[in-house]
Write a protein that binds this ligand. Structure first.
Ligand SMILES: Nc1ncnc2c1ncn2[C@@H]1O[C@H](COP(=O)(O)OP(=O)(O)O)[C@@H](O)[C@H]1O
Ligand SMILES: [Mg+2]
Length: 426
C-alpha cells in the first residue's frame, strides 16, 4: 500500500508544479514529444515513475509498473467528473473541434404488436409447428392472418435535441418502453413500426442504429458469476473506444500546427483511453467511480441463487455497461426502479453534466422522480395510453396544463401531478 501511495503522490507532483525542477524537466519532455510525428505522439505519454523521474512511455508497450503508474495518474477523472468534462471541453474548444451531436426526429410513429392471444399464444410444441405453417401460408396469401393487432403507440411525433435532457413520463403501460425501443432502433420483431424516424436527417437503414444509440433496459440481465468490474470491462472491450482515437489524432495534429500545449492531466487521460491494452480498464475505473460502484467493484453480481450485489447496484451496473462508449444517443428505461432518490439524483446529474458540456442526447424514463431530480431535466414527454400528451420544455408544462384546465395543487410534486393528469386525460 505504501508503494501505491508513493506512486500516487509522485504522479500528482507532475501536475502540481510545486518544484521548479519538475517544471523544467516537464517542459523538456514536452518539447521532445512535440517533435514526434502525430502517429507516435498520440501513443506516447510522459509518466512520472517512482525512482526514475519523468519518462516517455509508449502506451502500446507498457510494463506492469508503467501501467500501474498510469492508472494511478488518471484516477482523478472519476473523483471529479465535472472538472474532467470542462477540461475536455476546453481542450476541444481551443483548437475549434466540435463533437458530432445527434438530433432524433420522429413523425407519425405507430407501433403495434401482432400476437396470438389466449392459449394459442402459448409456446407449446403444437403451437410452434402451427405457427410455422401459418407463417408460410400467410406469406403465400393462402390464409388470413389470425394474429391480433394490438396498437401500442398512436401517431406520436416529436424532436429530441442534443445538449438537452428529456424526461419521459407516463403511467405503467403507457408505452414508454415501446417508444424508447423504437427510437433506439431496437424494437423486437414481434412489434411492427411505421412512420418516419431520423437521426440528423438520416433514416434508420442508412446507418447502424446500434452504434449510434444505446438502450438501457429496465430489467437487469447479467452473468451472475462475474464481478461488477469484469462485467463493465467486458462491455467496454466489446463496444470498443468509439471515435476516441480519431479525435485524439485530430487534436494532436491541430495542436501541433497551432503550437498549443495541452493540459497534461487531460492529455494523458485521453491517450490512456484511446490506445494500448489498458484503455478498457481506464474507462471502466472512470465509469465505476462516477456511478458510485467502486465500493462493490470486485463483488460478484449474483442472482436469486447466489448472493451478490444489491438490486440498486445491479441497476447501476446496467447503466454503466451502456455508458462506457462515448458519443451515443442514450435511451434509458426506468433506471430509478430500486434506487433511492438521492442515488437517482446523482446518476441523473452526472449524465446531465455530460449531456450539457459535451452535447449528448438522452431520453430517460423515470417512474415518480423526486422534485430535485425532475428539475434536472430540460424537456418533458408525457405519454398516456400510447398518445403524446405533452412534448416540450419543462418550464412551460404547468402553464400548458393550467390552460387545459388542470391546476397543480400547492405542495404537490410536479412529476406526480403530471402522472395523475395523464390518467385524468384518458
Ligand atoms: N410484444 C407485445 N405483445 C403484446 N402487447 C404488448 C407487447 N409489448 C408491449 N405490449 C403492450 O403495450 C403496452 C405498453 O407497454 P410498455 O411500452 O412496456 O409500457 P410502459 O413501459 O410505459 O410500462 C402495454 O399495454 C403492453 O401490454
Ligand atoms: Mg416499461
Amino acid at each position: 500500500m505504501d508503494d501505491l501511495g508513493e506512486t500516487h503522490a509522485f504522479g500528482r507532483s507532475l501536475f502540481s508544479r510545486s518544484s521548479p525542477d519538475y517544471d523544467e524537466e516537464e517542459a523538456l519532455r514536452w518539447a521532445a514529444l512535440e517533435k514526434l510525428p502525430t502517429y507516435d505522439r498520440a501513443r506516447t505519454a510522459v509518466l512520472a515513475m517512482p525512482g526514475e523521474g519523468l519518462k516517455e512511455v509508449n502506451l502500446e508497450k507498457l510494463s506492469a509498473q508503467e501501467k500501474h503508474a498510469l492508472l494511478q495518474l488518471v484516477a482523478w477523472v472519476g473523483d471529479d467528473h465535472e472538472r474532467f468534462l470542462s477540461k475536455f471541453k476546453d481542450r476541444l474548444d481551443r483548437v475549434g473541434i466540435q463533437l458530432p451531436t445527434i438530433e432524433v426526429r420522429y413523425e407519425n410513429l405507430n407501433v403495434e404488436a401482432q400476437a396470438h392471444v389466449g392459449s394459442r399464444g402459448l409456446p407449446t410444441i403444437l403451437n410452434t409447428y402451427a405457427n410455422i405453417l401459418e407463417g408460410v401460408a400467410n406469406a403465400l396469401h393462402l390464409t388470413p392472418n389470425r394474429k391480433q393487432k394490438i396498437p401500442i403507440l398512436h401517431n406520436v411525433s416529436g424532436i429530441i435535441k442534443p445538449h438537452r435532457m428529456t424526461l419521459l413520463l407516463g403511467p405503467p403501460g403507457a408505452g414508454k418502453t415501446s417508444l424508447l425501443l423504437a427510437l433506439a432502433g431496437t424494437l423486437p420483431s414481434s412489434l411492427k413500426m411505421s412512420g418516419d424516424l431520423t437521426y440528423n436527417g438520416h433514416t434508420m437503414d442508412e446507418f447502424v442504429p446500434r452504434r449510434s444509440a444505446a438502450y438501457v433496459s429496465q430489467h437487469d440481465m447479467h452473468m451472475a458469476e462475474l464481478t461488477v468490474r469484469e462485467t463493465v470491462n467486458f462491455s467496454a472491450k466489446c463496444q470498443g473506444i468509439g471515435h476516441r482515437f480519431d479525435l485524439l489524432m485530430e487534436l494532436s495534429r491541430r495542436e501541433k500546427e497551432e503550437h498549443i500545449k495541452p493540459d497534461p492531466e487531460i492529455d494523458i487521460y485521453m491517450k490512456a483511453v484511446a490506445t494500448g491494452d489498458q484503455k478498457a480498464e481506464v474507462v471502466t475505473n472512470h465509469i465505476l467511480k462516477v456511478l458510485g460502484l467502486d465500493i462493490c467493484a470486485d463483488i460478484m453480481i449474483g442472482n436469486n441463487m447466489l448472493r451478490g450485489i444489491s438490486g440498486g447496484q445491479k441497476k447501476r451496473v446496467t447503466t454503466a455497461e451502456m455508458l462506457v462508449t462515448p458519443g451515443r444517443a442514450l435511451f434509458m428505461d426506468e433506471i430509478s426502479t430500486g434506487l433511492d432518490s438521492s442515488t437517482t439524483f446523482q446518476i441523473v446529474n452526472s449524465i446531465r453534466q455530460t449531456i450539457h458540456i459535451i452535447g449528448g442526447t438522452a431520453v430517460i424514463a423515470l417512474l415518480q422522480p423526486a422534485p430535485e431530480t425532475y428539475e434536472l431535466f430540460d424537456d418533458i414527454i408525457l405519454l398516456s395510453d400510447g398518445h403524446v400528451v405533452y412534448n416540450g420544455p419543462r418550464q412551460y408544462v404547468l402553464e400548458f396544463f393550467e390552460i387545459m384546465g388542470f391546476k397543480c395543487p400547492k405542495r404537490k410534486g410536479v412529476a406526480d401531478f403530471l402522472q395523475e393528469v395523464s390518467f385524468a386525460s384518458l
